[in-house]
Design a protein around this ligand. Structure first.
Ligand code: TA6
Length: 303
């Protein structure tokens, strides 16, 4: 991929990729987790005494050759195959690039916590690559803060000499007791694009969201959400800033069978609640401009 180290720093092209050896442990007051420079992906996060809030497949590919199925993959600078359906790899190059770990990346005045880390990715398009799907220079910065909450800030800056438009998503895999028993509040009345079948249909959400089959919806909503999980007896609250879309995905049994990095019954253990700006809500930046999207996860035990 132009402009990226396709390989972890410090590993030979023949050496086995020990991707988890690069893991950055995060310990905060009230919770802990871990993140990887590979894809700037948060892999785990759990409040003290709680089951992990994030889910990862037992069959996740961990050698750096493919995206990791779980945690919080970073989709950038396009979502899926992009607005025109021609972009590859799925969900953009950031998800499988080696980001560089950086310290104290935010401007002065931001609270700096020892429970945080940050990763940076600079994209330099290859001039030689005529079918480069994103021929623009950008800088991405992802910061992870662990307190009693998990706070992720994704800042994208246009470092080129012309404007460009990009899509982004924090593709969060939330662990649940059984996806069939989950209810989701906060999207009542929101318009959503149902992409489970062709042609994609616009619909409006009536009441709480429940999942009863393959689910793949792009909601137009910046509202906070609550994922109620009676099996694990907890509610995961999702707050966000700078995000016009929430994507909800679960492949169900039908879709799971087609995914080699998902065991047949694992689809019941997660729901993807993705904090995003995609399709008609993609972001346009002029040279030098930046945009920040923030995700805040908080777990509450059900009464
Ligand atoms: O979550 C929305 C979505 O675009 C789905 O259509 C499905 O493709 C999912 O992402 C997973 O994508 P991946 O490339 O990780 O298999």
């Amino acid at each position: 991929m132009p402009g990226h180290t396709a390989q972890a720093p410090g590993t030979s092209s023949l050496g086995a990729m020990t991707i988890l050896d690069q893991e950055v442990p995060l310990m905060g007051p009230g919770s802990s987790g871990a993140a990887l420079p590979f894809g700037a992906q948060v892999l785990s996060w759990a409040p003290e005494g709680e089951t992990s809030v994030l889910w990862t497949s037992h069959s996740a590919i961990l050698d750096g050759s493919a995206p990791i199925r779980g945690g919080i993959p970073v989709c950038l600078p396009w979502f899926g195959s992009g607005n025109d359906g021609t972009c590859h790899p799925s969900h953009g190059f950031a998800r499988t690039a080696w980001w560089t770990r950086v310290d104290d990346p935010m401007p002065a005045g931001r609270s700096h916590s020892s429970h945080s880390t940050a990763f940076r990715l600079d994209h330099e398009p290859s001039n030689a690559d005529d079918d480069e799907p994103f021929p623009h220079r950008l800088e991405a910065l992802l910061r992870v803060d662990v307190t009693e909450d998990l706070v992720i800030t994704l800042r994208v800056t246009n470092t080129d000499d012309h404007a460009f438009t990009f899509e982004e998503a924090l593709h969060t895999y939330l662990r649940v007791g059984d996806v069939k028993d989950v209810t989701i509040d906060g999207l009542e009345g929101a318009d959503y694009l149902d992409t489970t079948r062709e042609p994609h249909q616009w619909r409006q959400q009536v009441g709480e969201v429940t999942l009863v089959g393959p689910t793949d919806r792009i909601y137009r909503s910046g509202c906070p959400l609550s994922v109620h999980d009676p099996r694990l007896r907890r509610t995961i609250n999702i707050d966000k800033d700078g995000s016009a879309n929430t994507v909800i995905w679960n492949p169900w049994v039908e879709g799971a069978a087609a995914l080699s990095d998902l065991d047949d019954q694992e689809w019941q253990e997660f729901v993807c609640m993705e904090t995003a700006n995609v399709r008609d809500d993609a972001i346009t930046l002029k040279p030098g401009e930046d945009h920040e999207m923030v995700l805040i996860l908080h777990a509450d035990t059900m009464a």
